[in-house]
Design a protein. Structure first.
Ligand SMILES: Nc1ncnc2c1ncn2[C@@H]1O[C@H](COP(=O)(O)OP(=O)(O)O)[C@@H](O)[C@H]1O
Ligand SMILES: [Mg+2]
Length: 184
């Protein structure tokens, strides 16, 4: 099958990354996107940080606003999957209920939950945006893992741990799993 035929025939789905800030969601989502592109697919990334700058710029980080944030991301993802894209979502999505809601908004068998299970102490050491330092100093309220909850997935479809290696290695691992499960 040539590349454009592959894109035309690709099975659309949502690959939903969840995990703490600094866990590696965005890096791994982009690595997976590149892997899919190299293999001839047509993926896109919906990143929580981007969404919060635009579509959800009116929302904060209270529980209510986080729920609304995920509801909007799930609805946009649904629209994108309906036009045939492989949508890779990278957002903390700290509440189990909202992740379940996202799965239900999409066809349950076209939704893959990826838990980027990087422990808090590692995320906090990485702290690429200095947000943990600010949260610990009391300059940033409602920060997930510090003074806002993160509900770990009970049974994620894919469970990534730091021992799985670089974002590229994780992207490859996810790609292989999507292939072997017939999702793409
Ligand atoms: N698998 C990994 N192994 C080592 N470092 C990583 C890995 N994934 C991400 N990182 C690093 O961790 C930091 C946070 O990654 P990022 O993808 O921005 O996390 P998130 O989107 O979950 O907040 C970055 O500095 C990134 O380079
Ligand atoms: Mg990110």
């Amino acid at each position: 099958m040539n590349v454009s035929a592959k894109i035309a025939n690709q099975l659309a789905c949502a690959i939903w990354f969840t995990g703490l800030s600094g866990a590696g969601k965005s890096s791994t989502a982009n690595a997976l996107k590149h892997r899919l592109q190299i293999e001839g697919y047509n993926p896109c990334v919906l990143d929580g940080d981007d969404v919060r700058r635009g579509l959800c710029s009116d929302l904060g980080f209270s529980k209510e606003d986080r729920v609304e944030n995920i509801r909007r991301v799930a609805e946009v993802t649904r629209l994108m999957v309906e036009v045939g894209l492989i949508v890779i979502v990278a957002t903390i999505s700290p509440y189990r209920r909202e992740r379940t809601m996202a799965r239900e908004v999409l066809a349950p068998n076209r939704f893959v939950e990826v838990f980027v299970d990087t422990p808090l102490d590692i995320c906090e050491t990485r702290d690429p945006k200095g947000l943990y330092a600010k949260a610990r100093a009391g300059e940033l309220a409602d920060f997930t893992g510090v003074d806002a909850p993160y509900e770990r997935p009970d049974s994620p479809d894919i469970h990534l741990k730091p021992t799985d290696g670089s974002p590229d290695a994780c992207g490859r691992l996810i790609f292989n799993q999507l292939m072997s499960n017939g999702l793409i």
